[in-house]
Design a protein around this ligand. Structure first.
Ligand SMILES: Cc1cc2nc3c(=O)[nH]c(=O)nc-3n(C[C@H](O)[C@H](O)[C@H](O)COP(=O)(O)O)c2cc1C
Length: 194
């Protein structure tokens, strides 16, 4: 049974050879098996330029077609799962840029965070949380932290490898999604219909 909460799985890394695609696909498969309504939104495919809007997003008067397209896509979801690698103690610039483009489209929605990295992406997640607060996204407590050393099978540091998360990671994902759906449902009532 599908939920009526539409969840975007936002893949937050864009580099060639990234592992973000593997993580996004693992989240998608797991979420669909659990009956959630999800869609992968890949920032690499969006290829947004660096923020080029003349006015801050809070004013909502988007000048560029790519911004209006991005806004329409994000507006179509009730909730998000951010797939976020750790880059230099934080999260990727491409993800910050994609968030900065918009404001109202993020507001009063829920999100869960799935991090990954050499040290399981915890600091990337922690850096993202205050950014989400600023755009009024309610980020749930449960998070998934995938360790490159134990939740992936790699033959070397530059090998994209395979994703093979420990069984408890799947349980964490299920809990995260339950929390996201609960909060997104509660927040729906706050949102003005488009
Ligand atoms: C620019 C860059 C900085 C990184 N910094 C960190 C870091 O601070 N901590 C960490 O645990 N891993 C770090 N890593 C390792 C990444 O978390 C790991 O390579 C991960 O696969 C990156 O996600 P991606 O493959 O989707 O780009 C870094 C990787 C890159 C490319």
């Amino acid at each position: 049974m599908s939920s009526d909460i539409r969840i975007a799985i936002i893949v937050g890394s864009t580099r060639p050879n990234r592992r973000g695609g593997l993580v996004g696909e693992w989240v998608r498969q797991g979420a669909e098996e659990l009956g959630h309504t999800v869609e992968v939104v890949d920032l690499a495919a969006w290829d947004l330029p660096l923020l080029d809007e003349p006015n801050p997003a809070i004013h909502g008067d988007y000048a560029n077609p790519h911004t209006r397209d991005w806004a329409a896509t994000v507006a179509g979801f009730d909730a998000f799962v951010f797939v976020v690698p750790e880059y230099n103690h934080s999260f990727p610039a491409a993800l910050k840029n994609a968030i900065d483009f918009l404001f109202a489209e993020w507001n009063d929605k829920a999100a869960g965070l799935v991090g990954y990295g050499v040290q399981a992406g915890v600091r990337g997640i922690e850096a993202l949380r205050p950014v989400l607060s600023e755009v009024k996204v309610a980020h749930v407590r449960t998070q998934v932290c995938l360790n490159l050393m134990t939740d992936f099978v790699l033959t070397g540091p530059t090998d994209v490898g395979r994703i093979e998360p420990a069984p408890y990671q799947r349980e964490a994902l299920a809990q995260l999604l339950d929390e996201v759906v609960a909060w997104a449902g509660a927040l729906k009532g706050l949102r003005v219909p488009a």
